[in-house]
Design a protein around this ligand. Structure first.
Ligand SMILES: *Cc1c(COP(=O)(O)O)cnc(C)c1O
Length: 386
């Protein structure tokens, strides 16, 4: 086959991006035979993570989902409790609520940040309090690299006695009025899945300023072993949720370059905005202005009437060129698996879902790749008119 007809190089949505610093820590784990779900890399990763986000205690775990589960468990969430949660999120925000046999209660987005609408939260709390059943907790999601409007949300949680848990899986590095997300509630969680801003191939972190919460989560994460190991006497149900010392080594290397990775993702977004912002019917996920938006994902919204085709057509056109994009999350209140649960809101997230797309957003994207993606999208309205 000739050069000209060879198929284009694929561009992925958000591939892992190694810095070269990870291998030193991985090698140390091998050299010292710390090949276990504990060890020096795990301890150091927890400490370095605390230093970065500005929290007192952290627990490294095998996934962000494990971290949410332990946040709920240590908050005392149990059978038939109600747990408020942002509807515009990934299903991992919800599944652990169901593991605890509690009921998720979905809250719609506000258009300004796409995150949970504080006014709807207030409506939900008023109505539920009047009926005599105040929700136990709120899982507040910080979507696609941007914090929710934490001040009014936290004030409502305090007023009604609702435990605040922050799902910051997508927003490591983003701040609200100068403070890192994930550090405002009783506990916060982060993810190091392969497509997140930093990765350990798979992993997560639970953080809290409350030492007792992290101590309890640490115990639960290692089969709820009691201090007297040799008795093997158990008083509560535990899990096997800790992060491997090898993978924690990857996390340590990744954490050293997080500022560069945040800057690269912002640069991607600015590039898209410069080029595609000129097209009719194209808008972008807003920056609400109360903090740093890391642009973990660069999200655009297509108005098909103005643009000439819909977001699915954009997705399919990119796919034909081996460029991966995807619609934003399908809101959880629209999911068949969660249809029996309550929802407060209107059509804000549903409307965003129908029209919005996540473009390739990795920190290793090159300017040539960004140019290639934009050139394809720029031709679409013309092609649709022809
Ligand atoms: C990725 C993600 C999670 C889950 O994290 P894992 O490490 O993949 O288990 C939870 N919540 C949100 C919003 C996510 O995007």
């Amino acid at each position: 086959m000739s050069q000209q007809t060879s198929s284009p190089v694929p561009i992925f949505l958000s591939p892992p991006h190694m810095s070269g610093r990870e291998q030193q820590y991985v090698q140390e784990a091998f050299d010292t035979n710390w090949l276990a779900p504990l060890g020096p890399n795990v301890n150091a990763f927890e400490q370095e993570f605390c230093d970065y986000v500005g929290c007192k205690h952290a627990l490294a775990l095998g996934s962000g989902t494990f971290a949410i589960h332990l946040a709920l468990d240590t908050a005392g969430v149990t059978t038939d409790d109600d747990v408020l949660v942002s509807t515009l999120t990934f299903s991992a925000s919800i599944n652990p609520i169901v593991y605890q046999s509690a009921n998720p209660v979905f809250i719609d987005s506000e258009p300004n940040s796409w995150n949970l609408d504080p006014q709807l939260l207030e409506d939900a709390l008023k109505e539920r309090a009047a009926k005599g059943k105040v929700p136990k907790a709120l899982v507040l999601v910080h979507l696609y690299g941007q914090c929710a409007d934490i001040d009014p949300i936290k004030a409502l949680c305090d007023q009604y006695g609702v435990i605040l848990i922050e799902d910051a899986a997508e927003s490591l590095g983003s701040t609200y009025k100068g403070t890192h997300c994930g550090t405002f509630g009783q506990s916060g969680i982060f993810s190091f899945n392969g497509n997140k801003i930093i990765t350990t191939t798979g992993g997560g972190m639970l953080v809290s300023d409350d030492e007792a919460i992290i101590a309890h989560a640490r115990k639960l994460s290692t089969q709820a072993r009691e201090p007297n190991l040799y008795e093997h006497k158990h008083t509560e149900i535990g899990y096997n949720y800790r992060l491997s010392n090898v993978l924690a080594g990857i996390g340590r290397g990744q954490l050293q370059v997080i500022d560069e990775y945040v800057a690269a993702r912002k640069r991607n977004f600015d590039f898209y905005q410069d080029r595609l912002g000129k097209l009719p019917g194209v808008s972008f996920m807003p920056d609400a202005g109360w903090g740093t938006h890391t642009r973990w994902f660069s999200c655009i919204t297509i108005d098909p009437a103005q643009f000439g085709c819909d977001r699915t057509h954009v997705l399919e056109t990119l796919q034909a060129e081996k460029i991966e994009s995807r619609p934003i999350w399908m809101p959880m209140h629209m999911q068949p698996i969660f249809e029996q649960y309550d929802f407060y809101g209107g059509d804000v997230s549903a409307h965003l879902f129908e029209r919005s797309l996540c473009l390739p957003s990795g920190s290793s994207l090159t300017l040539d790749e960004l140019d290639r993606i934009c050139s394809i999208i720029e031709k679409l309205p013309v092609a649709a008119l022809a």
